[in-house]
Design a protein around this ligand. Structure first.
Ligand SMILES: [Zn+2]
Length: 377
């Protein structure tokens, strides 16, 4: 994998670039839609290509439980299994074990957990996370880490930082000994932990940097901490991390968060918001949030967003989408998801264009001033 920087903004840490993988080029800054269970909910790969999506994320925890990583391996990997021809990233399973599974028990060896589906008992270790991700075959795989909640105290976070360092050693050792089962390159990203404690963040960077070949992730943010603390930590990461590797800010976030994080030198993002909120009828638009199920939209015979190129906005009215959502028609979920993904993809495209044109500072100032007025943007 190779990362090339194209253009650096004069007034901030924003930059454009590209990540070259065996499954195509990813222009950065990039947003990755979530395809938890080998599908970006309700959206086909062809539709994602039309939206100019170059990388999506799969969840190791879910795919391990159903249909099983070995089955996906036999299918030729996750790309082949779901007919996705562009780049893929899988997470390590760690975050989901802590947030979804029942009765998890953490030790230095790994995490024992009970499936949220049928209560069956399982164990994830750094080695098993690597083995599962090798079967899935994503272009970018994530280190097995411990991500404490946003309000965790110093001692808890310190222990998580130490454990994450021990685990990256084991991840790296495993992938260096056990060749992947697919014949394309898989790049391992370490995950910096440390929540909002600057000295722990610094220590985590020092300990993990030797394990990063081309790309590093920042975990433990957007997990319930204050937003001002989150941005302070991102600024610290921008100062301390090497400039020549892509930085993946995990789990962030809202459209304005993306713009503010790009300003602070972040290159890759993922978040469930565009797809999850779409299914709840919440749409991101150039005029703020539209909650389409609200009564006031019932006779609005015009598009959700007249500045949007998506199928929903080009061909259907607000009143129609509101009706579909109210009677729980699948088409409503599909159209709303397509729209929100189009909003995110177009936002990233605009960000890249403005950075390349040298006008990102002016554009982002205006965007944030306008959009921060709207709750939820
Ligand atoms: Zn639209």
């Amino acid at each position: 994998m190779k990362f090339i920087i194209h253009h650096k903004d004069d007034k901030s840490s924003a930059r454009t670039g590209e990540i070259n993988t065996d499954h195509g080029v990813i222009p950065t800054p990039a947003f990755m839609p979530i395809g938890t269970r080998a599908s970006v909910k309700a959206i086909s790969p062809d539709e994602l290509y039309t939206l100019e999506t170059n990388i999506i994320l799969g969840n190791t925890y879910h795919l391990y439980l159903k249909p099983g990583h070995e089955l996906i391996g036999r299918a030729g990997g996750l790309h082949q299994f779901m007919n996705w021809k562009r780049a893929l990233l899988t997470d390590s399973g760690g975050f989901q074990v802590f947030s979804l599974a029942k009765l998890n028990k953490i030790s230095d060896d790994g995490v024992e957990f009970q499936s949220h589906i049928d209560g069956s008992r399982h164990m994830f270790t750094p080695e098993s996370s690597m083995e599962i991700q090798q079967h899935l075959g994503a272009d970018i795989i994530m280190a097995f880490d411990q991500c404490p909640p946003g309000q965790a105290d110093y001692v808890t976070v310190e222990a998580a930082v130490d454990r994450t360092t021990n685990w990256i050693r084991r991840c790296k050792e495993y992938v260096s000994k056990a060749n992947g089962i697919h014949d394309w390159e898989q790049t391992l990203f370490p995950i910096i932990q440390g929540n909002i404690y600057p000295d722990l963040r610094e220590r985590s960077i020092d300990e993990l940097l030797p394990f990063s070949d081309c790309g590093i992730a920042i975990g433990g943010l957007a997990v319930g901490e204050e937003k001002s603390d989150m941005f302070e930590t991102i600024e610290q990461m921008d100062e301390l991390l090497p400039k020549d590797q892509p930085r993946y800010l995990m789990g962030v976030g809202r459209p304005t968060d993306l713009v503010r994080s790009v300003k602070r030198g972040m290159d890759m993002f993922d978040c469930v918001l565009p797809t999850r909120n779409a299914r709840n009828g919440q749409l991101f638009t150039s005029n703020g949030i539209v909650n389409i199920t609200n009564h006031k939209h019932r006779e609005e015979f015009f598009p959700v967003d007249e500045n949007c190129r998506c199928d929903l906005c080009q061909n259907y009215t607000r009143a129609y989408l509101r009706h579909l959502m109210n009677v729980n028609e699948i088409l409503g979920h599909r159209l709303a998801s397509l729209h929100n993904l189009a909003y995110y993809m177009d936002l990233m495209k605009t960000i890249r264009r403005e950075i390349n044109a040298g006008s990102f500072d002016k554009w982002s100032h205006h965007y944030l001033k306008t959009m921060l007025e709207f709750k939820g943007m």
